[in-house]
Design a protein around this ligand. Structure first.
Ligand code: GLP
Length: 237
């Protein structure tokens, strides 16, 4: 795990985009993308660039169950708004949270992941250490699956909805096995509210109690943190 501290989200976004461009220049064709407030600056940086993404396939981590693609809080809508409506890509994949058969949808997504191995996966970090929507306790061997969101995740994400009651209680998420199959992983975390999860991810035991801790065992992970998110690390200056 390579830990890089940056001054702010803007600097983190620039750095993450440099890493992405480096991989794209050397043949990467599939980007794994995340949602949440954390990658927004990265997507703005990508949009502001003159980089040509038209040969790039994107695969998103997750989607809420029950929200249509045009619901303002769906991850489909988020990706269109922040990236896809501004830049042309070859193709996009996002789980369908309205699928009538969610098991079949999960199997369909696993097949997509098998056909398009992810070259570089962008990740945010949940306050409880989740990656994608893989909540604490999720086996490291998990593939795409339906998730019951924890109360802490529902509360953390309530800020995007008019009312906490409106936050879906379930999501469909790429599993941890699929995430760590990515050749390179770039995880971004900003702010004091991520500091505990960052410490558990970097310095804690590798345990499903902190899903992100599995990244300690991955060969090529870059963790980009601001000072606040890094503040509980023992080596923090
Ligand atoms: C959400 C998403 C994650 C994201 C995390 C942090 O629930 N499923 O992919 O990384 O929570 O969100 P934020 O960046 O808004 O703090």
């Amino acid at each position: 795990m390579k830990i890089i501290k940056v001054a702010n989200q803007q600097a983190g976004a620039q750095l993450a985009f440099e890493l992405i461009k480096e991989k794209l220049k050397t043949g990467a064709q599939v980007l794994g993308l995340a949602t949440g407030s954390t990658p927004i600056a990265l997507y703005q940086t990508m949009v502001a660039s003159d980089w040509d993404f038209s040969a790039v396939t994107t695969i998103n981590l997750d989607e809420y169950i029950g929200l249509s693609a045009n619901h303002e809080q769906s991850y489909h809508y988020f990706m269109d708004r922040h990236l896809f409506s501004h830049k042309d890509f070859k193709q996009h994949f996002i789980p369908n949270g309205l699928a009538s058969d969610l098991q079949a949808e999960a199997a369909r997504y696993d097949e997509i992941l098998a056909n398009y191995p992810i070259d570089l996966q962008v990740l945010g970090l949940g306050q409880n250490g989740h990656i994608g929507f893989n909540e604490p306790g999720t086996p490291f061997t998990s593939q795409t699956h339906v998730v019951n969101l924890t109360e802490s995740t529902i509360q953390a994400n309530a800020r995007f909805f008019a009312d906490e009651k409106d936050v879906p209680s379930q999501a469909i998420s790429m599993g941890i096995a699929s995430i760590i199959a990515a050749k390179t992983i770039v995880l971004l975390a900003y702010g004091e509210e991520k500091a505990t999860a960052v410490k558990a991810m970097v310095e804690g035991p590798v345990t499903p109690a902190c899903p992100a801790s599995i990244l300690q065992d991955h060969r090529d992970v870059v963790v980009i943190l601001d000072q606040a998110a890094a503040s509980q690390l023992s080596a923090c200056d």
